[in-house]
Write a protein that binds this ligand. Structure first.
Ligand SMILES: Cc1ncc(COP(=O)(O)O)c(C=O)c1O
Length: 468
């Protein structure tokens, strides 16, 4: 497996080690960043904390326009499961490029292969009963489609979602997302949405600790069963197996299994949003598999496009197949390049044992991050599942989220050659999404950078919440 999955990192002449030779941003990056500020909307996000202009990428590495090389532990927000420009994916896309690129929802051979690949990745018991729906090529559109489908199939209107959730930025997906600040400036959200606490041992609304999952489940079950509970039977419950943007918070197994039991008993479709966790990120193709449950609806995007190619799907039980023809259409439901990349990447993932590799490297990486939590007093908790990882920065005295320290870590890391993303309450969680085929050496190279950055966080920053 080493040769093919990590071949790109090891091959001569490609990017294989972090090296930062200029201030960040370097002069060429700075020029494009300035042009971006002039020309693009204020809504742009990533280059604010990670101020580079990208030249090229290979495997786990990115090179900016100034020739600085960074380890990329953001990898297209999870859309690059095999890293940048994997040669076999480039070849698959190139082959498809001269044949057909766009096919609406007409059948094509590569679309059919993509469908078979996706279905074959489901747990065996689900394969014969699931239908696949292609949506516009974003996770948010697939989330919207899933909500509409469940409303259509049940004739009900309420949706249950969770605090801390992230489901996207379309109007409905934003409404069922936890992020309050983003909503406050948008009037008139989708009605009938109810937020419940999500298990979060460090800061759960119902009290922290290991009981958090059980308490959240009991509260939800009681509320849904209570004739005075205030919520008519919902059209769907939507949940992430690991809240990603919410701060890399894995849902405990007892909570997930309990949620499946309750929703089944009350005949409420359970939607699992696997936009970020799906396609192998957590070490199984879908994260729900680890809890032995079968959701009614699965939403997937990001990694299933193989190489950042745009595609999104809703996989749902055939009993929910309630849309009339054209009830959820979109021009971009047939990107043939995404199908080609998705087919090739699913094949490579299977062939090279990448899921097993992700589980092994993920367990190793979590161990290293737990070491950070022991060694650095501002790191309160390391969390993760497979190669979806994070650690939370706090004021060591108050335990409050430490936004300033997280931002200093992100900044210090990029200056030393490592790209990481932030998330969670007050963006206090440093998030890592390395490619699933990342090598141990690259992981270690990244962790060394993080360790040295953490060691140098000034005391004044570490205690920011106290000093404020
Ligand atoms: C769990 C989850 N759902 C939905 C989305 C939205 O996907 P997109 O950005 O493709 O609309 C995301 C994006 O990060 C996500 O993490």
């Amino acid at each position: 497996m080493e040769a093919s999955s990590n071949g790109l990192e090891k091959a001569p002449g490609v990017l294989q080690q972090a090296s930062v030779r200029t201030p960040v941003p370097g002069p060429l990056s700075a020029r494009l960043l300035e042009r971006q500020v002039l020309n693009e909307s204020n809504v742009r996000t990533y280059p604010r904390g990670l101020p580079i202009a990208i030249g090229r990428g290979a495997g786990s590495y990115l090179e900016d326009l100034d020739g600085n090389v960074f380890i990329d532990f953001l990898t297209g927000a999870g859309a690059l499961p095999l890293g940048h420009t994997h040669p076999e994916l480039v070849e698959a896309i190139t082959r498809q490029l001269s044949r057909l690129t766009h096919g609406l929802d007409f059948p094509t051979e590569i679309r059919d292969e993509f469908i078979s690949a996706q279905i074959s990745m489901l747990p065996e018991r689900m394969r014969s009963s699931m239908r696949i729906e292609f949506c516009g090529p974003s996770g948010a559109d697939a989330v919207d489609a899933a909500l509409k489908l469940c409303k259509t199939a049940t004739g009900r209107s309420e949706i249950v979602t969770f605090q801390g959730a992230f489901h996207g930025c379309s109007h409905a997906a934003m409404t069922i997302t936890g992020l309050v600040a983003a909503k406050e400036r948008v009037a008139g959200r989708v009605p009938g949405v109810h937020f419940f606490p999500y298990p979060y041992p460090l800061r759960c609304a119902l009290g922290g600790g290991e009981e958090s999952g059980q308490r959240c489940l009991e509260y939800l079950e009681r509320s849904l069963r209570d004739p005075l509970g205030g919520i008519p039977r919902p059209a769907a419950v939507i949940v992430e197996m690991v809240q990603g943007e919410g701060g890399v918070i894995p849902a405990p197994g007892d909570f997930v299994r309990g949620l499946r039991r309750v929703t089944r008993e009350l005949e409420i479709p359970l939607i699992v949003d696997e936009v970020q966790t799906g396609g192998g990120r957590t070490g199984t193709w879908f994260a729900f598999e680890q809890h032995g449950i079968e959701p009614d609806v699965i939403v997937a995007s990001k990694a299933i496009g193989g190489m950042g190619m745009p595609v999104a799907v809703v996989l749902h039980d055939e009993r929910l197949d309630a849309f009339a023809p054209g009830a959820h259409t979109g021009t971009f439901r047939g990107n043939q390049l995404a199908f080609a990349a998705g087919v090739a990447s699913a094949r490579i993932i299977r062939r090279d044992g990448i899921l097993e590799h992700a589980r092994e490297q993920g367990a190793y990486a979590l161990g290293v991050l737990e070491g950070f939590a022991r060694d650095h007093e501002i790191v309160r908790e390391a969390r993760g599942s497979g190669l979806m990882l994070g650690f939370e920065l706090v004021d060591p005295v108050t335990g409050e989220p430490n936004t300033q320290a997280a931002s200093a870590v992100q900044r210090g890391a990029i200056e030393r050659g490592l790209i990481v993303e932030l998330g969670g309450r007050g963006d206090c969680v440093v998030r890592l999404l390395p490619p699933l085929n990342v090598s141990r050496e690259t992981l270690d190279e990244g962790f060394e950078i993080l360790d040295s950055v953490l060691a140098e966080i000034p005391l004044a920053v570490a205690h920011e919440a106290q000093l404020r």
